[in-house]
Ligand binder design. Structure first.
Ligand code: FMN
Ligand code: SF4
Ligand code: SF4
Length: 275
């Protein structure tokens, strides 16, 4: 099959998923000598549209894993906002060195249900958004090289497919269909409940408004960044992107979970690739 377009499609509050997906899609586009297109659905405005794909397109589709699954506030848009139209797709999740649990199987199923044919899949380690140490430096150069190699293999597979064929969804690990979300634990081993936590603002803030622009939920007031006006998914985009390091979480349960992760998930995990 001649691939006519390679697309990179991602939700990526802190940028790791965008980085991985870009490396993969660029490598595949070069392999297929096809143009590259992009859909970044991180911000609310991008989730007001519907995105349509068609046969002979190859789509690298990425999200981070949150609580072992596709982020639950974003899942409905993935379910409703993308029409595969027979395009080939590669579900990719990034995760912060704990586990991707059922995130990849969930993303694969969502894409299959939307009319994509999944022909490869990956779960790639990235720095955990909650921590400066967990998965620090990931993806590193070796990770990115491996990701590009994987993408070229997927592109070769796509080109070798007969357009009239019927393909099985790519096999990935996880409970199918996924059941529970991972329960975050605190340092004492008990569930850490921080659903209602929101980022605080220190005196270093100069009201530049950047955090309001980058919040995927549009939940930070542009005029008064100390005001959180909607839901917070704890993605950490506002914390990481504030040029003055003025935003922080001080919720005790959140900090206890972060400490538990940093103590227990120090061994570097390897990425998983499925073709
Ligand atoms: C709310 C939240 C929940 C997360 N849950 C998990 C998890 O269950 N397992 C894991 O290994 N990493 C987890 N992570 C880490 C992210 O999956 C990881 O940092 C990801 O690469 C972030 O992607 P981004 O940089 O594109 O935003 C979580 C991060 C956030 C913000
Ligand atoms: S990005 Fe930082 S400095 Fe700018 S408004 Fe937000 S918290 Fe304040
Ligand atoms: S307010 Fe919450 S949802 Fe918005 S950027 Fe900050 S952490 Fe993410």
């Amino acid at each position: 099959m001649q691939i006519t377009t390679v697309s990179k499609v991602y939700f990526s509050p802190c940028g790791s998923t965008a980085n991985i997906i870009t490396h993969m899609a660029e490598a595949a586009a070069a392999q297929c000598e096809a143009p590259l297109s992009a859909v970044d659905f991180t911000l609310p405005a991008a989730r007001e549209k519907t995105y349509r794909f068609g046969p002979e397109e190859l789509v690298f589709f990425g999200t981070p894993v949150y609580a072992g699954r596709v982020p639950n506030k974003i899942m409905p848009f993935i379910r409703d906002g993308f029409l595969g139209g027979g395009a080939l797709a590669v579900p990719v999740v990034t995760y912060g060195n704990r586990s991707f649990d059922d995130g990849l199987v969930e993303l694969r199923n969502l894409l299959e249900d939307n009319g994509f044919h999944t022909i490869g899949a990956a779960a790639v380690v990235a720095r955990h958004s909650f921590s400066m140490t967990l998965g620090a430096g990931r993806p590193n150069e070796a990770d990115l090289r491996e990701a590009a190699l994987f993408a070229r293999r997927v592109a070769e597979k796509a080109e070798a497919l007969d357009g009239a064929g019927v393909w099985e969804p790519v096999a990935v690990p996880g409970t199918d269909p996924p059941e529970a979300y991972y329960t975050p634990l605190g340092i004492d081993g008990n569930p850490a409940k921080f659903l209602k936590a929101v980022p605080k603002l220190s005196g270093k803030c100069d009201k530049c408004g950047l955090c309001a622009k980058v919040c995927p939920m549009g939940s930070i007031d542009r005029e008064d960044p100390g005001r959180i006006t909607g839901i917070c998914i704890k993605c950490q985009a506002c914390v990481r992107k504030c040029p003055r390091q003025a935003r922080y979480f001080d919720d005790a349960a959140f900090l206890s979970h972060k400490q538990m992760l940093e103590q227990n998930f120090t061994a570097a995990r390897e990425a998983s690739y499925f073709v």
